[in-house]
Design a protein around this ligand. Structure first.
Ligand code: NAD
Ligand code: UDP
Length: 308
């Protein structure tokens, strides 16, 4: 197949390029390089089935493709809050442009949605049937509401225009090729520990997240894309749940060194807890994560040792 990946030079998108090329597909990687980096796909230059296109998803684009994966959107809070209006535009216009293209060329189109659609959840763990608890006017809203609106567009194009959609809700995912300056917790803690700096735990560190290794995440995404039983939304994430203090302590144990844990103010609207209910992924996709947090962190630390 010929497959378009928007945001293909980012952390997840670049691994997806590798996976799909490895399966023998042609890949068009479209990116505006806001948070993505050419170095993430540098090893693919010259590959006969790979094309890299600099383009912004808020402007229309046309490619003759069989499948589209829409991953374009900054994912870390500092980056998506840097230009919040642009973040909403990227999610909403990007979705419209992907869906319009999918409709014209009859491609299957995949949306990288997020656990942020659940906001600061009052149901725990979060099943796909939960509608969420999202602040519509806060600093995270540009991302959360942009992604929620993108889901709305996907389901309306599906109902109104029979566009063949798939929607995944991705829970916090980590691994090699995260941007060291990205500001997300896993990359921050590892980079801080490797540099001998103190680890910055926001708030008291009792808030929880569930961390999925990139290979597991992509396996779930590919299974969702290539089956016909459900269009989603399907949660993909690792149900193992950790406090930020536990993550900081584990990172210190694995990296070694003299760093200590320091506390910094908790950002506004920071969700208290997050853990995916993955019963749907288990039942429909036969998927569950395989990589334990400690193993995935070891692999990610090995990558960052080459970067910092
Ligand atoms: P990332 O920031 O590394 O990748 C995003 C990519 O999109 C980058 O290459 C960036 O340059 C590109 N991009 C941003 N705005 C664009 C625009 N307007 N036009 C074209 N390209 C644009 O982040 P990631 O972790 O790889 O996330 C990829 C996708 O997965 C995002 O849509 C994100 O919302 C979603 N997601 C990720 C996670 C996670 O934990 N990693 C969790 C939930 C959802
Ligand atoms: N966090 C932290 N220290 C950091 C960066 C993040 O304690 O240096 C916390 C943050 O407040 C949140 C959690 O880690 O509670 C996950 O943050 P991240 O930005 O990685 O993802 P998200 O909040 O979008 O789930």
């Amino acid at each position: 197949m010929r497959i378009l990946i928007t945001g293909g030079a980012g952390f997840l998108g670049s691994h997806l390029c590798d996976r799909l090329l490895g399966e023998g597909h042609e890949v068009i990687c479209l990116d505006n390089f806001f948070t993505g980096r050419k170095v993430n796909v540098a090893h693919l230059r010259g590959h006969p089935h790979f094309e890299l296109v600099r383009h912004d998803v808020i402007d229309p684009f046309k490619f003759e493709v069989d499948q589209i994966y829409n991953f374009a959107c900054p994912a870390s809070p500092p980056h998506y809050q840097f230009n919040p209006i642009k973040t909403t535009k990227t999610s909403v216009m990007g979705a419209i442009n992907c869906l319009g293209l999918a409709k014209r060329v009859k491609a299957r189109v995949f949306q990288a949605s997020t656990s942020e659609v659940y906001g600061d959840p009052q149901v725990h763990p979060q099943p796909e049937t939960y509608w969420g608890n999202v602040n519509p006017i806060g600093k995270r809203s540009c991302y959360d509401e942009g992604k929620r609106c993108a889901e709305t567009l996907f389901f309306d194009y599906h109902r109104e225009n029979r566009v063949d959609i798939r929607v995944v809700r991705i829970f916090n995912t980590y691994g090699p090729r995260m941007n060291p300056d990205d500001g997300r917790v896993v990359s921050n803690f590892i980079v801080q520990a490797l540099r001998g700096q103190d680890l910055t735990v926001y708030g008291d560190g009792t808030q929880t997240r569930s961390f999925c290794y990139v290979d597991d995440l992509l396996e779930g995404c590919l299974r969702l894309m290539n089956q016909t039983e459900t269009v989603g939304p399907v949660n993909i994430g690792n149900p193992g749940e950790f406090t930020m203090l536990e993550l900081a302590e584990l990172t210190l144990k694995l990296v070694g060194g003299k760093s200590r844990i320091v506390h910094r103010p908790l950002p506004a609207d920071d969700p208290r807890q997050r853990r995916p209910d993955i019963a749907v992924a288990r039942r429909v996709l036969g998927w569950e994560p395989r990589v334990a947090l400690e193993d995935g962190l070891q692999r990610t630390i090995a990558y960052f040792r080459t970067q910092v």
